[in-house]
Design a protein around this ligand. Structure first.
Ligand code: MRU
Length: 373
């Protein structure tokens, strides 16, 4: 997508050194655009855990490239040494963040591809390189298709509203920064904007890390999409006053029954949407669906992050980036990073194969190959 008019993905191999993975270090946005080089499994693990990269799809793609780096850097003395290093890398990467299922999915996809390459180490490295690229390309392609399906929902509302802009509310950042390209919740918005449909986005700031205010607002601005940042508690009020036509959020893990884990606060938006008759859609690629989990509330692991993220905020002051404490030094803080929205509050899921009901029948209707006999 666009950064100062130039096309970028969020992750790629360095042009003159394909053993180095490059990422946009999202901790510095929107104030500075910083590209970071990753050369070791440990650097990849830290980049995921400390959120230099974040968002379900990009976490998966980064883990895919991380396994490629694992293959490049593993000892080649004997097959057993190589395989031991690959297994250690898989465990290290999988342990970085618990909620987004794309992480384990990408690591497992790499392990399967490498095993299929047989006992030749060079063939396994080749397989890891191809699979990392495949995961990234597929993520971008699926997001583009989510845009094609989701834009129809915006178009229908636009027809009803005449020339008035369609107001979409989104939470956190399920934009291109959370994936390899296009994003999920934002893909229909970009598609609508590119088609000339007037669209305006209410951007939840999304405490504590402010992915909405810092990342979604920046992305939308780079693409020229009209938007307004609001604090997290405003959405209900806007919905009560008819100022939201549609909510579209992303997902970090969706059960095959349609329960959705997404950034903390999503559930409250779903409740408000339900109370006010506002359609509430979740956009996700199938890599985010957990085909083993039936009950999201009981089963999806919810990440708890360091309380420092709640206690301290950072932002720009003049030319400097500053950190400030925003609560009494002695008070405790808790930092639950995700919540689960039950399927009954979700109007529909927008996937790369189309839009379906948030239910087992709806999801398996689009993915019949996942039916268990
Ligand atoms: O903690 P993050 O920033 O990795 O959280 C992921 C998210 O960006 C959101 O939950 C998003 O809405 C899901 S789409 C990847």
């Amino acid at each position: 997508m666009n950064v100062h008019g130039e096309h970028y993905r969020t992750i790629w191999l360095k042009a003159d050194d394909p053993t180095t993975v490059q990422i946009i270090d999202q901790r510095h946005l929107p104030f500075r655009f910083v590209i970071e080089d990753l050369r070791t499994v440990e650097e990849v693990a830290v980049a995921i855990k400390e959120m230099h990269v974040r968002g379900a799809g990009l976490i998966g793609a980064t883990a895919g490239y991380g396994m490629y780096i694992a293959a490049l850097t593993a000892p080649r003395t004997a097959l057993s040494d190589f395989q031991e290093a690959i297994q250690a890398a898989a465990s290290r990467l999988k342990a970085t963040r618990p909620t987004a299922v794309n992480l384990a999915w990408a690591v497992e996809r790499q392990l399967t591809a490498m095993a299929a390459a047989g006992d030749d180490i060079e063939a396994q490295i080749e397989a890891a390189a191809l699979t990392a690229q495949e995961i990234a390309d597929e993520d971008a392609d699926f997001c583009r298709r989510i845009g094609e399906h989701g834009v129809k929902l915006i178009e229908e509302i636009a027809v009803r509203k005449g020339d008035a802009p369609v107001n979409v509310l989104t939470h956190c950042n399920a934009g291109w920064l959370a994936f390899v390209d296009y994003g999920t919740a934002t893909a229909p918005i970009y598609a609508a904007h590119d088609k000339g449909i007037p669209v305006h986005v209410w951007v939840d700031e999304t405490r504590p890390r402010n992915q909405g205010a810092r990342l979604t607002a920046w992305e939308l601005g780079q693409h020229g999409v009209p938007h307004t940042v609001i604090v997290d508690n405003v959405g209900g009020h806007l919905m009560q006053h008819g100022m939201v036509d549609l909510v579209i959020v992303g997902s970090d893990r969706t059960t095959y029954t349609g329960d959705v884990a997404n950034k903390i606060g999503t559930y409250l938006k779903a409740l408000a949407a339900n109370d006010n008759g506002v359609p509430f859609y979740v956009a996700l690629p199938s890599s985010t669906i957990d085909w083993e989990m039936r009950d999201g509330l009981a089963e999806i692991p919810i990440e708890e992050r360091d309380a420092t993220e709640v206690r301290i905020m950072d932002g720009r002051s003049g030319d400097e980036i500053r950190e400030i404490l925003i609560m009494p030094e002695a008070s405790r803080a808790a930092n639950f990073a995700f919540d689960v929205t039950p399927s009954r509050l979700v109007t529909g899921l927008i996937t790369e194969r189309g839009v379906c009901a948030a239910s087992e029948a709806g999801v398996l209707g689009l993915y019949p190959e996942k039916r268990k006999e």
